[in-house]
Design a protein around this ligand. Structure first.
Ligand code: 5AD
Ligand code: SF4
Length: 462
């Protein structure tokens, strides 16, 4: 289908209402897109259910970043169809980055799929679903349309105390290993006024934390404003208690943004700044446009203005041509930075990316071995970081009940998962979404334990 030939597809208000289930894979952007697809289907009269087994429509919001993710989508489609046994199998919608990259190939491999919709076209999901449910051939919409997706989305339903806000999409960086520039298109920033208005609406609806998201969030720029200006504008929204952003590129960490970490009170002391490798030689082959030294210098400046900042990173092991000496540099940058958290990946060759055709592909067992060594090194630095926070009095944003009875789990400003015990006094019951004053008491590699303080203690101590 050519979606440009039918830009006025109506919202199918008169179509039969169906039960739907959305499953999301991959990054936070996908988690958020999945929520927005839910909002769209709700607005079109469909109803969310909590299992694919009860659903008439199953949306798989896929991830293409590594090979396994693509294969996972096809095995999920097979499983969903088989599981239906006697009843009519659900109509499957393939959405997200695999949909964008594979397009009509998905329908050829899996005829159960009724709709294929890319990440830049999902505002047209209700219309596509209505037409597919009316019968006829599968519909494929992987256009990167000129009409603004965000302007076509319905009012969002705020869920809980923490809210994602997409400020930017796409990537122009073309790291040599990455498919994102091909699946999510070029960098596109949303206008500041719309973002501030959305942030105000989120806070009015109960959000105390906003997480600005984008493939290259710190590359945001619009109407002469830079990302640091946007942080200031959103940080000034009355009632907002916590502001975060992810994911950043080292190349876009400018002076104003570094200063913002000292100046904006609600900006949390945490930065996710992927490095990928500690070897400047490999960084060059990755087309990262930063070196080991420039990355370390950025962090030095950041720590000068915000000494307690927690740094997190992404790493790839076994990039083509990575020698033991290169990998040793990755281990040494881990120790030098002292990462609080990290996400580590074995290099996965992606079709159409320059790195997939490079010489010196590293054998799988070697990648495995390096990954294990890297994880061990990062386990040590995260425990060391968590240990430095013992004794700190701070706030905890409660997310959910813990595994043990009476236990609650939340996030500290440094994005640590922290456990507390529900107070014994029934008058002091703590609920999900509350900001609670705590003192960190114990440190582990992936979490900390804390005790609850009398309300007002932390503000009074500040
Ligand atoms: N192989 C392995 N890891 C990858 N990433 C991106 N592309 C690949 C790939 N081809 C990782 C990078 C990026 C994170 C989102 O995924 O570390 O920062
Ligand atoms: Fe991929 Fe690099 Fe863009 Fe990140 S900056 S999305 S790793 S191309």
């Amino acid at each position: 289908m050519n979606p440009e030939s039918q830009p006025e597809l109506p919202l199918p208000v008169s179509s039969p209402s169906s039960r739907y289930f959305v499953k999301s894979f991959g990054c936070q952007m996908n988690v958020h897109d999945a929520e927005r697809m839910g909002d769209l289907l709700d607005a079109a009269g469909h109803t969310a259910v909590d299992s694919p087994d009860n659903a008439d429509i199953v949306v798989l919001n896929t991830c293409h970043i590594r090979e396994k993710a693509t294969e996972k989508m096809f095995s999920d489609i097979g499983r969903l169809t088989k599981r239906a046994r006697g009843r009519t199998p659900p109509m499957i919608v393939a959405a997200g980055c695999v949909a964008q990259a594979e397009g009509a190939e998905i329908v050829r491999r899996s005829p159960e799929v009724g709709v294929v919709v890319g990440p830049l076209a999902y505002h047209r999901l209700p219309a596509l679903v209505a037409r597919a449910m009316a019968g006829g051939p599968a519909l494929v919409d992987t256009e990167m349309p000129a009409e603004p997706k965000f302007a076509s989305l319905p009012a969002r339903r705020q869920r809980g105390a923490s809210a994602f806000l997409t400020i930017q999409e796409g990537c122009d960086k073309f790291c040599s290993f990455c498919v994102v520039p091909y699946t999510r298109g070029p960098e596109l920033s949303r206008p500041a006024a719309a973002l501030v208005a959305e942030a105000e609406a989120l806070v009015a609806a109960g959000a105390v934390e906003i997480i600005l998201i984008g493939q290259n969030v710190n590359a945001w720029g619009a109407e002469g404003m830079h990302f640091a200006d946007l942080l200031k504008a959103i940080g000034a929204v009355p009632g907002l208690k916590r502001l975060r952003y992810t994911t950043s590129h080292p190349r876009d960490m400018n002076e104003a943004l570094i200063r913002a970490h000292a100046e904006i009170e609600v900006l949390m002391p945490y930065l996710h700044l992927p490095v990928q490798s500690g070897s400047s030689r490999i960084l060059k082959a990755m087309n990262r446009a930063h070196t080991r030294a420039s990355y370390l210098e950025t962090l030095r400046q950041l720590r000068e203005v915000r000494p307690d900042i927690a740094v997190s990173g992404d790493f790839i092991v076994g990039f083509p041509g990575e020698t033991e000496a290169d990998f040793a540099e990755t281990l040494s940058i881990v120790a030098e930075v002292g990462y609080a958290q990290a996400y580590c990946f074995k290099y996965s060759p992606r079709p159409g990316t320059p790195a997939a055709g490079m010489d010196g592909q590293v054998p799988e067992p070697e990648k495995e071995a390096r990954l294990a060594r890297l994880l061990a090194a990062l386990g040590e630095t995260s425990l060391a970081f968590n240990t430095t926070t013992i004794g700190r009095r701070t706030t905890l944003l409660i997310e959910r009940a813990g595994r043990k009875p009476g236990q609650l789990v939340g996030k500290t400003p440094w994005l640590q998962s922290a456990f507390i015990d529900q107070p014994a006094n029934p008058d002091s019951i703590i609920n999900t979404g509350e900001l609670v004053d705590i003192e960190i008491t114990h440190a582990f590699a992936n979490s900390v334990a804390a005790r609850v303080l009398r309300p007002g203690t932390v503000a009074a101590a500040a």
